[in-house]
Design a protein around this ligand. Structure first.
Ligand code: PHE
Length: 449
């Protein structure tokens, strides 16, 4: 079966495109806001370094070794067939994530539209009410969410090289540039320094076991780790892709963008009096204020920057949803032998249904809830705090304890062409640090340790 390959730069950009998305710009700021700001960020960075990067390399190895979809990749590298269930778990997780993620991506589409037609101008109260009215509407957000899934579908059916790589190459650098511009604008608002302090001065008295689990979940969510997404993308890597360096670069870029997003949101939130712990609505009720107030002297510039920013947010979300969609599409195409467009259609239908239910649970239909949470919040919690850590835990047990050291070494060093100095350290992390770290955080949350 003919499979595409990413080019050299495309590898980093497409995988970074998967990692960088609403996780960084939407989820990270509101998670940090709800969990004490700087202290959360310190824990988050710890999770990225100790658990995230070694975990990424493990998934890369599994995918590139097999050059196949997630289920076959786990089958190929593992000694027993039951490890394929970790592949299935990844496919399931990414499908659920795509469902609720599309809802937020749909909100971004609406905000793009609203900023183009100038609906977002008004005081802080107006902007807050605007979000509440829109997000609890029974129809509009559902339509935008489904539109987003369909948009993803259209890119995915065009295949790996034509769609995914080309989009990522143009849009990622543009996003970074615009973020920096908005950070500067936000930090110049009156009273902004309070927000900068909130983000950079840790107060460890706020750290509890649940904050640790939230930081872990956020780190994995943001790196797209534990969903078999990295494994699927690595199956498109070439034999000379430097796995450790790629993981390091992607993690660095991902963290940088998350912190920039924080610096964009919190100074503005403090300046206009929006609570930092206002949850999923945080960026949607803060940003319109930044665009209006920071550029009050130059409304045209404010208008252009707002439109550009929402457009880029949509694209950042798209490069992530493409990766979630691709996991299932590759599976149905290669394992169930459906033609690629039909495989993609299966995913699109399932995810659209989840998206509509999640969207309705945000206020239009109160009954769509599980364990006392709206379905949307439940899916977010279930994936980030249970399924992603479980996927990463099982993957590290597989790679650390069951795969032959020779296979790992060959992949890690590209068959001996790279130095193996860091190989023992990485292996030690994968064998002990990653599983023990995840387990400890879980047990701590459950009150066992
Ligand atoms: N990492 C993406 C983001 O931060 C979300 C994602 C999760 C993508 C899991 C793929 C798989 O937005």
């Amino acid at each position: 079966m003919e499979r595409g390959n990413f080019g050299k730069v495309g590898v980093i950009l497409a995988t970074a495109g998967s990692a960088v998305g609403l996780g960084n710009v939407w989820r990270f700021p509101f998670m940090a806001g709800q969990n004490g700001g700087a202290a959360f960020i310190v824990l988050y960075i710890g999770c990225i370094l100790l658990l995230g990067i070694p975990g990424m390399v493990s998934e890369f190895i599994i995918g590139r070794h097999a050059q196949a979809n997630a289920q076959r990749a786990y089958d190929t590298i593992a000694p027993h067939r039951h490890w394929r269930f970790v592949g299935y778990l990844g496919i399931l997780t990414s499908t659920i994530i795509l469902g609720f993620y599309a809802v937020v991506a749909g909100w971004c589409l609406q905000y793009l539209y609203a900023s183009i037609v100038g609906q977002l101008s008004g005081d802080a109260d107006y902007v807050t009410t605007y979000f509440q009215t829109f997000s609890t509407d029974p129809l509009k957000p559902c339509l935008w969410a489904v539109a987003f899934v369909v948009l993803t579908h259209l890119v995915v059916v065009r295949g790996v090289k034509g769609g995914i790589e080309r989009a990522a190459k143009i849009l990622m650098p543009l996003l970074l540039l615009l973020l920096v511009v908005i950070v500067v604008a936000s930090c110049m608002l009156p009273g902004a320094s309070e927000g900068v302090r909130f983000l950079l001065q840790p107060d460890f008295s706020k750290v509890s076991s649940s904050v640790m689990l939230e930081a872990l979940g956020q780190a994995f969510f943001s790196l797209s780790l534990g969903t078999a997404c990295l494994c699927t993308y690595a199956s498109y890597f070439t034999k000379d892709t430097h796995l450790l360096a790629s993981a390091g670069q992607i993690a660095l870029l991902d963290t940088l963008i998350a912190i920039l997003a924080g610096l964009m949101i919190f100074p503005a939130a403090f300046s206009v009096g929006v609570q930092p712990d206002s949850g999923p609505s945080l960026i949607f009720i803060t940003l319109p204020n930044v665009f209006q107030q920071a550029f009050a002297q130059m409304p045209v510039v404010g208008y252009v920057i707002a439109v550009l920013f929402y457009a880029l947010l949509v694209f950042a979300a798209l490069t992530s949803t493409i990766s979630m969609h691709e996991i299932g599409t590759a599976f149905f195409h290669e394992e169930r032998h459906l033609p690629r467009p039909r495989a993609a259609l299966v995913l699109t239908i399932v995810c659209s249904v989840i998206a509509v239910l999640c969207s309705l649970s945000m206020g239009a239909v109160d009954a769509i809830s599980l364990f006392g949470m709206p379905l949307m919040a439940f899916c977010d919690m279930l994936t980030a705090q249970v399924m992603l850590p479980a996927g990463a835990f099982l993957t590290s047990i597989l790679v650390g304890w069951f795969v032959s050291r020779q296979v790992l070494r060959d992949e890690f060093t590209n068959r001996g062409s790279l130095r193996a100095t860091l190989f023992p350290i990485w292996l030690c992390c994968v064998r002990y640090v990653v599983p023990a770290g995840i387990l400890l955080i879980f047990l701590h949350q459950l009150g066992v340790v």
